[in-house]
Design a protein around this ligand. Structure first.
Ligand code: GTP
Ligand code: SPV
Ligand code: MN
Length: 589
């Protein structure tokens, strides 16, 4: 197979001349192709067969131990002008970046097969979807791209019809962290990634295309590409509200997207529909509302902590036809990670399990599975027009200060809440874990341009005729003095979503405070939940002096974006800061 599109044909030939593979394979996305790849990887040891009785169609992949997470310090946005990448990105001049990485690509596929992967991000017939082509020498990448995107013949047909596509070139190279770069050229709609086989670094449709390149395009074209889950909440009357939520990596998007309602809610007829767990593309529709699609077709989810109690839908999804990366094994060859029952026998590196070596599964071990396998997968996820968004939620891991939930008074205040987001770092990226850092809109690692321009772009949606979602901020991760989480989280989070929906529908009064609207006394439904009154009070407490320090820190953070920071955002920060100085009564007794 080749392509009718001259630009594609030419680029594939150029890359082949540069990387000199033994063979070129154009991926058609068929079952037969997937099965053949799996067989080949079983032979080379890239995949290990798992217990086919308990986990049919499931395989394990073990990464090089130095290649288990995203590498932010090796990820670059290479715009012509440094200023356009912003202080939120590492920047390299395009010519220098091309020269550096092209030297690594030179001859790197000798003796290997070069795979050409046409893919579509989003439903194949959706005007909101975008296409790309990834060239890679990794069969593991091909297998994962097939699960995560609409890959193959249909995508190629769309690319040939449209005549344009995002170019992504990838090679696993030597997996040497000293010879590893993830380069983005948004002005050329090009990605070059060398030296890593890990998800976010190698499955180029995901973070590289659907967030870094797409956010850059979205800014120019009037839409949003966000690190958000999309979930539908159906009330007992059968009405569904769609909610999009931005939480940083490993902070609960997959869990919230697949939430199981608490017992009482299930009996009353509440249902939850999963649309997406990681990426959301939204744009204003004719009626002024924001419509969203999930550009992905699968989940690349965090394994540790996924259990029958925390996320039964995920557990069901991954009981067959799943690729596990860097999990441990039980004696009978089942995948295992911390949080599951049973005992590990072999750790994620293939060694006999010894607690002295740390956790059995890597903390960032993952599963790759088709979204369709999720019991709560929404038929609307295939809808070409997307789903209307009623509420946008921001949140992160904040052990203190941030209340369980608060609502922004308007769009600009909501943008401030998103910009001010902070979270403790997790194992999803290499580096220290548990360090509090600002992660505006959960996009710090993924925004493909200057954060100042990004905030201005967010603000620009508030215009006449717009019917924007309400914006909220949540914190499932507030800790008590004993260091334990105060809020039970997971399925119980529906209680908080219910309050948000009541606010959207004008059915909850709320309690106004300088930092936003909190649930008024009695508005959060807690029946069937054993939550002491004092704990609830702590979760909704407003620590005025703590907030004054926080607002001061937010002001300094915003100033770090210099001239490109929209003045409106700084004014909004000052408004909240001043409101905090006015004496007031406690919001929640
Ligand atoms: P990426 O795929 O990295 O973008 O992450 P994600 O946001 O989808 O993360 P995920 O849902 O997989 O969350 C991973 C971690 O968050 C696990 O350790 C979960 O146990 C924990 N988690 C998720 N929801 C909650 C919650 O409501 N409360 C608490 N305490 N922990 C949660
Ligand atoms: C994340 O780190 O936010 C992920 C996993 O969703 S990765 O695709 O590797 O970026
Ligand atoms: Mn993510």
């Amino acid at each position: 197979m080749t392509s009718k599109l001259a630009a594609l044909e030419r680029w594939v030939n150029e890359v082949a001349a540069q990387t000199r593979p033994a063979k070129i394979h154009w991926c058609d996305g068929s079952d037969a192709e997937y099965q053949a790849l799996v067989q080949q990887m079983l032979q080379t040891g890239d995949l290990i067969e798992l217990n086919q009785q308990t986990h049919p169609g499931c395989y394990l992949h073990r990464s090089n131990p130095s290649d288990v997470a995203r590498v932010e310090h090796l990820t670059f946005v290479c715009t012509k002008h440094e200023e356009d990448a912003g202080p939120n990105n590492h920047w390299m001049a395009p010519a220098e970046a091309h020269a550096k990485i092209d030297a690594l690509f030179d001859g790197c596929m000798q003796g290997r097969t070069m795979y050409v992967i046409p893919y579509c991000m989003g439903p194949i017939d959706s005007p909101l979807s975008r296409c790309g082509v990834e060239i890679t020498d990794s069969p593991y990448v091909v297998a994962n791209m097939r699960t995560m995107t609409r890959m193959g013949a249909a995508a190629l047909a769309r690319i040939e019809r449209e005549g344009h596509f995002v170019k992504g070139l990838h090679s696993t190279g030597e997996l040497d962290p000293e010879r590893r770069f993830i380069m983005h050229f948004p002005e050329e709609l090009t990605i070059k990634s060398y030296g890593s086989g890990y998800g976010g670094n190698a499955l180029l449709g995901k973070k590289c295309h659907a967030l870094r390149i797409a956010s850059f395009q979205a800014q120019r074209e009037g839409w949003l590409a966000e690190h958000m889950l999309i979930v539908g909440i159906e009330n007992p009357q059968g009405q569904t509200h769609y909610i999009a939520a931005a939480f940083p990596s490993a902070c609960g998007k997959t869990n919230l997207a697949m939430l199981i309602p608490p017992e009482g809610y299930r009996q009353n007829g509440w249902r939850v529909w999963t649309i997406g767990d990681d990426i959301c593309w939204m744009r204003p529709g004719e009626d002024g509302r924001l419509y969203a699609i999930n550009p992905e077709a699968g989940f690349f989810g965090v394994a540790p902590g996924t259990s029958a109690s925390s996320n039964p839908n995920a557990l069901t999804s991954i009981s067959s036809d799943t690729i596990f990366t860097n999990v441990a094994l039980t004696a009978d060859n089942q995948p295992w990670w911390e949080g599951l029952p049973g005992t590990p026998v072999v750790d994620w590196q293939g060694r006999p399990y010894d607690p002295a070596n740390g956790p059995a599964a890597h903390p960032n071990s993952r599963f790759t599975v088709r979204a369709k396998q999720c019991p709560t997968w929404s038929p609307k996820a295939e809808d070409a027009q997307g789903v209307p968004i009623s509420a946008i939620v921001f949140g992160g891991r904040r052990p203190s200060l941030l209340p369980l939930v608060m609502e922004a008074r308007d769009w600009a205040h909501g943008v401030l809440m998103g910009a001010a987001m902070g979270s403790e770092t997790t194992a999803a990226a290499t580096g220290a874990v548990g360090v509090l850092r600002r992660d505006s809109m959960a996009m710090k690692p993924f925004c493909g341009y200057h954060y100042g321009d990004y905030f201005a772009h967010w603000l620009s949606f508030d215009k006449p005729g717009a019917k924007l979602p309400k914006i909220f901020h949540v914190n499932w991760f507030r800790k008590g003095k004993d260091g334990k989480f105060l809020w039970p989280g997971f399925g119980e989070n529906l209680r908080v979503l219910e309050w948000m929906i009541a606010r959207v529908e004008g059915k909850a009064r709320g309690a106004e405070t300088p930092i936003g609207t909190l649930p008024a006394t009695g508005e959060l439904k807690l029946d069937g939940l054993d939550l002491p009154r004092e704990t609830l009070a702590e979760l909704l407490n407003l620590d005025a002096s703590g907030w004054e320090m926080e607002l001061h820190a937010i002001g300094e953070y915003l100033d770090s974006f210099g001239k490109r920071l929209p003045a409106q955002l700084r004014q909004e920060q000052q408004r909240v800061q001043q409101a905090l100085h006015v004496p007031r009564k406690a919001a929640n007794a």
